[in-house]
Design a protein. Structure first.
Length: 318
């Protein structure tokens, strides 16, 4: 394993801050393919950092015992936004900017934007494909899923099917996503999968291990590792833009869930209540308008009117 700093700068008090890239070279003179894994664009999304840990741990052992298994080259960027990670915040502190909204063209010379640019260019120079790990925000728990912008569906769906996630959500593009890492890499003809799982500031070992197994399968199927995975991967539910229903609160209060993430529910099922703890009242009973799979569920109970409570992958409109 070769470790290299791709971005380095000083904190205001003079300590060194670095973005580290771990590279596992190919046993061949000409690597079959190369792939990049990265995590931590948002500093409160810890699951992806843990998945990178699992990958580095596995690949180090494999390199020591079976170096010829590396047919291609693997690059891992375990923590690409150290200031936000150390602070436990989504945004880059001090600048208060989202690093994953700085990847497009721009004239700013801020430290945050230059770091984002250097990361993007390093991945472009190193990888034929990429996987960008994310977690849910601090309010929403996400079932292991891959999100694909409709424009890139044709080239990404075959790769996403290999990754052992529960859901592949094909969704429309949005202007704000044009500044995201995944969008810019896909525009540069580097197929990039955006993985989401869990909730902010937590590690969900079961989900992370599920996705880790999917990444090993992806490495094998892409011809980067010759090792045959020990575990079969599950077939995901593919959800198109018209097949997602968002359940929102009609009243402000505390949302008390009565279901679990990943549960299949029928139309008319009650998923929870919005309560007023001060008056001891139930303000709203929340029922599903359709049947389907709950793949996003509110974890933080505080809810305002219009707050997202759940996302439902529809079985078919009743």
């Amino acid at each position: 394993m070769n470790s290299r700093s791709i971005v380095a700068y000083k904190s205001p008090l003079g300590s060194d801050i670095q973005v580290i890239k771990q590279t596992f070279s190919s046993a061949r003179n000409k690597p079959a393919k190369s792939i990049a894994f990265l995590a931590g664009l948002h500093g409160d999304e810890i699951d992806g950092i843990y998945i990178c840990h699992l990958l580095v741990q596995y690949l180090r052992k494999l390199k020591a015992t079976n170096p010829s298994a590396f047919l291609g080259e693997i690059h891992i960027y375990p923590a690409v936004n150290p200031p936000a990670i150390n602070n436990g915040t989504r945004l880059w502190p001090f600048f208060s900017v989202d690093m994953n909204r700085l990847m497009g063209p721009g004239k700013s010379r801020s430290l945050a934007q230059s770091s984002a640019h250097e990361l993007l260019e390093d991945i472009k120079a190193s990888a034929d494909m990429a996987v960008d790990f994310h977690a849910g925000n601090q309010q929403l728990m996400e079932l292991p899923q891959i999100r694909i912008i409709k424009d890139f569906e044709k080239k990404l769906l075959p790769l996403a099917r290999l990754c052992n996630v529960d859901v592949i959500w094909v969704h429309p593009s949005a202007e704000i996503l044009r500044m995201a890492l995944g969008h810019n890499l896909n525009e540069a003809k580097i197929p990039t999968l955006v993985v989401e799982t869990g909730v902010g500031l937590r590690i969900h070992q079961q989900s992370c291990e599920q996705i880790f197994r999917g990444m090993i399968n992806l490495l094998h199927e892409a011809g980067i590792l010759s090792v045959v995975p020990d575990h079969p991967v599950s077939q995901p539910l593919i959800v198109n833009p018209s097949e997602v229903c968002q359940i929102q609160a009609n009243r402000a209060g505390l949302f008390v869930s009565q279901v679990r993430l990943g549960q299949r529910m029928s139309k008319g099922s009650k998923i929870g209540e919005v309560i007023d703890p001060v008056q001891g009242e139930v303000l709203e009973e929340v029922y599903l308008p359709y049947s389907g799979l709950i793949f996003t569920l509110r974890e933080h109970p505080l809810a305002y009117e219009g707050s997202l409570l759940a996302r439902l992958a529809l079985d078919g409109r009743d």
